[in-house]
Each structure stands twice: as structure tokens, then as C-alpha cells.
Design a protein around this ligand. Structure first.
Ligand code: C2E
Ligand code: MG
Ligand code: MG
Ligand code: MG
Length: 286
């Protein structure tokens, strides 16, 4: 019999549990102490303007620096954090750390560019998210226009509520983007009614953009729709020069992906920012 996590009081018989359930409980238990021991770190992936080649933003991506397992990817612990509720303190730490780091870079005279932070459904629906973010912005001294919050289509199912939450966030001065666009439940209704600054085209549409005519058509349509709705559009998971050419010729605004740079440690990102203070940073630009 194991009992993990004082708050949720899981009481389970080990005989009843399959391997996956045990693993999940172990992760949930370990994550509590990991948060206390500051084992989570943020990596930053640059985003590039496709016309100028300049770095125009960074996405903060959380990793777990596990004492035995090394650097653990978010896919392995975000779902468990969502389920246990630990995503709330973890997510708050992510926002705080991203804002603190961005302000520190600006104070050092590095390129002033926004940082994007991923929100989970549970975080988005929590009580007083706006109050928490407002407090973080005040404490870190970051100008709100340098913070972008990434949500997914599934979080906007209830358009009425979502627009109310989003409007509160926008009133703070932060920007909203839709992550993994095209993979979730999409309704033109929400695009029409929500104040969204930017669409991020999911990697799955970008991958075969040169071979698959359907993907090419979908990406071209997303770009033109976004522009007609006065939204910016960024392609995710861009890995090749040919993808860059396609996106550029279809007037996509920005790109993010291994072709530009993989996610970097904060030291790596800082190095890149100080090198590329001015001028194009995208490899093989023009
Ligand atoms: P995402 O927000 O869509 O982030 C992009 C993911 O694609 C990242 O994976 C990034 O490393 C990966 N990627 C970037 N460029 C390329 C490329 O050219 N090719 C390929 N194959 N992959 C690329 P990562 O860092 O493992 O994050 C996975 C997901 O975990 C994120 O997807 C996001 O949904 C979630 N996540 C990460 N950090 C946080 C966080 O702080 N809070 C929450 N709630 N979720 C997070
Ligand atoms: Mg994201
Ligand atoms: Mg994404
Ligand atoms: Mg994605």
C-alpha cells in the first residue's frame, strides 16, 4: 500500500496497480520535492521573422533536471502534473521564471523580445489567473507586452468563458497565441470573437509541406485566414530550407524550429541574444 501526496490522499493497493499507474504516482510524488528543490529549468527556443531573419521572440519550454534520470522532457511529466494539480504551482513558477529572465536580459542591454509561455487547461481555468500574472509582472518589473501566453484550441470550447478570461488577460497588456493550431477543435466562431494576436501552425502540417499537397493547401489557407483576421502567424517545427522557402513565399510571418535553433539552455539563449543583437540570425538567410 502506498500513500503519496498528502493533498490528494491517493490510497491504492500495489497489487491493483499496473506499471503505468505506479510510474505516474512515482512521478507525481517526485515532482513535489523537485519543485521545492528547484529541479525544473527553462529552455528557450528562438522565433525568427521570415522576412528579415531576425530573432523576434523566444518560447520558454520547461525541463526537469532530474538527479538520476537527467534532463526529462515535458511530455513525460506535464500530463501527470495536470492530473495531480501540481501544474498550478509549476506553471506559476514557469511564468515567473520566464518573466524574470526576460527582464534580466533586457536590463543587460540584450535584444528586447517577448517570451512565450505555455498555459495548460487547468491553469487557464483556475481562479484568478489574471491576478497571479499581474502580480508576477509587477514583481519582476516586466512590461506586459513582452509576455505572450500560448493556449490551445481545446481551451476555447466554451467561447463565452474563454473570451472573458482572455479579455482580462489582454487588459493586462499581454498577448495571446493559439498553439498547435489546426490539431484541436477549431471553430471560426472563436477566431472571430476572441482577441488573439497570433496563430502557431502545428508542426504536423509543416513537416510534409513540400510533398503533401493537402498540407501545403492547409498551411497556405491558415496563413491567409490569419492575415485577413489581422493576426500574425508562425510555423512550428521548421526543419529544412525548403520549408522556409515555402513559408516565405506564402508570406508566413515567422518560424520556429530546428532549422533556426533547437531549444537552448538559458546560458545558450543569452549567448545567442548577445551575438545577434542586430541583423539576421536565421541560418542560410537569403
Ligand atoms: P509546444 O508548445 O508545441 O512546443 C514545441 C515543441 O516542439 C517543443 O518540445 C520543441 O522542443 C519541439 N520542437 C521545436 N522545434 C522542433 C523541430 O524543428 N522539430 C521537432 N520535431 N520538434 C521541434 P518540448 O520542449 O518537448 O515540449 C513539448 C510540449 O510540452 C510543448 O509543445 C508544450 O505543449 C508542453 N510544454 C512545454 N513547456 C511547458 C510549460 O511550461 N507548461 C505547459 N503547460 N506545457 C509545456
Ligand atoms: Mg508552445
Ligand atoms: Mg506549439
Ligand atoms: Mg506543438
Amino acid at each position: 500500500r502506498v500513500k503519496v501526496n498528502g493533498k490528494n490522499d491517493y490510497m491504492l493497493h500495489s497489487g491493483d496497480m499496473d506499471h503505468i499507474a505506479i510510474e505516474k504516482l512515482t512521478i507525481q510524488h517526485e515532482m513535489h520535492s523537485a519543485l521545492r528543490n528547484q529541479e525544473f529549468v527553462l529552455h528557450y527556443q528562438p522565433q525568427y521573422d521570415l522576412a528579415s531573419g531576425q530573432i523576434v521572440g523566444m518560447e520558454a519550454l520547461v525541463r526537469w533536471q532530474h538527479p538520476e534520470r537527467g534532463l526529462v522532457s515535458p511530455a513525460e511529466f506535464i500530463p501527470a502534473a495536470e492530473e495531480s494539480g501540481l501544474i498550478l504551482p509549476l506553471g506559476e513558477w514557469v511564468i515567473e521564471e520566464a518573466c524574470r529572465q526576460n527582464k534580466a536580459w533586457q536590463d543587460q542591454g540584450l535584444l528586447s523580445i517577448p517570451v512565450s509561455v505555455n498555459l495548460s487547461l487547468r491553469q487557464f481555468s483556475q481562479q484568478n489567473l489574471t491576478g497571479k500574472i499581474s502580480e508576477i509582472l509587477r514583481q519582476t518589473g516586466l512590461d506586459p507586452r513582452y509576455l505572450e501566453l500560448e493556449i490551445t484550441e481545446s481551451m476555447t470550447m466554451d467561447v463565452e468563458r474563454a473570451s472573458q478570461y482572455l479579455q482580462e488577460l489582454i487588459d493586462l497588456g499581454v498577448n495571446i497565441s493559439i498553439d498547435d493550431f489546426g490539431t484541436g477543435y477549431s471553430s471560426f466562431h472563436y477566431l472571430k470573437n476572441l482577441p488573439i494576436a497570433r496563430l502557431k501552425i502545428d508542426r504536423s502540417f509543416v513537416r510534409d509541406i513540400e510533398q503533401d499537397p493537402s498540407d501545403a493547401a492547409i498551411v497556405a489557407a491558415i496563413i491567409s485566414m490569419a492575415h485577413n483576421l489581422q493576426m500574425q502567424v508562425i510555423a512550428e517545427g521548421v526543419e529544412t530550407k525548403d520549408q522556409v522557402h515555402f513559408l516565405r513565399s506564402h508570406r508566413c510571418d515567422e518560424m520556429q524550429g530546428y532549422f533556426g535553433s533547437p531549444p537552448l539552455s538559458s546560458a545558450g539563449a543569452q549567448g545567442l541574444l548577445s551575438e545577434k543583437l542586430n541583423g539576421p540570425a536565421l541560418p542560410n538567410y537569403h
